[in-house]
Design a protein around this ligand. Structure first.
Ligand code: TQI
Ligand code: ZN
Ligand code: ZN
Length: 170
């Protein structure tokens, strides 16, 4: 079953249109930006939420960046595997990814075979966006919000449990 953060924090009712921006210090390809757009789309498909990409990092609701090691928020990254990414509950909007991971862009199936400790970017993004929106971890093994993922595995489809959780909040 899904869980929520203590106090059930969520984006307020008058904030159904949320913007997101990428840290300009990380130049990302359109292919990588498209992975995030698809991950947001999986949540906007089942809620009244809309996510729009913004070019203004300082004024966006959700900010996305790739960092290594200590990056100033007291939760340092740890190199390959271990912590892959973290996101904070609403209304923080901070979504950080460990730049030391061997991120794989979904659909690139062959890369799973050749990359050691490959981590599927879209799978992690869908999970972290769940946290950004207010979902904690779920006990349902197939759910996006289950707290374990297998390296090299792609898990991007919301389950009924994820949908029930997000539709309770929004
Ligand atoms: N990062 C943890 C996570 O996102 C950070 C974390 C631990 C956390 N406990 C939390 C975040 C409670 C919010 C609330 O779960 S992680 C997975 C999963 C991680 C883990 O790097 O370990 C995914 C990132 F669920 F598969 F284990 C993405 Cl998909
Ligand atoms: Zn961080
Ligand atoms: Zn998590």
């Amino acid at each position: 079953r899904y869980t929520l953060f203590p106090g059930e924090p969520r984006w307020p009712k008058d904030r159904r249109d949320l913007t997101y921006a990428f840290d300009p210090r990380n130049p990302l390809t359109e292919e990588v930006k498209g992975v995030f757009a698809r991950a947001f789309g999986r949540w906007s498909d089942v809620t009244a939420l809309n996510f729009t990409r913004s070019e203004s990092f300082s004024t966006s609701d959700i900010t996305i960046g790739f960092y290594t090691g200590d990056h100033g928020d007291g939760e340092p990254f740890d190199g390959v595997l271990g912590t892959l990414a973290h996101a904070f509950s609403p209304p923080s909007g901070k979504f950080h990814l460990d730049a030391d991971e061997n991120w794989v862009v979904s659909g690139d199936l062959d890369s799973f075979l050749s990359v050691t400790a490959a981590v599927d970017l879209e799978s992690v993004a869908v999970h972290e966006i769940g946290h950004l929106l207010g979902l904690g971890h779920s006990s349902v093994e197939d759910s996006i919000m289950y707290p374990t993922i297998t390296t090299g595995r792609r898990k991007v489809d919301l389950t009924n449990d994820d949908v029930e959780g997000i539709q309770y909040l929004y």
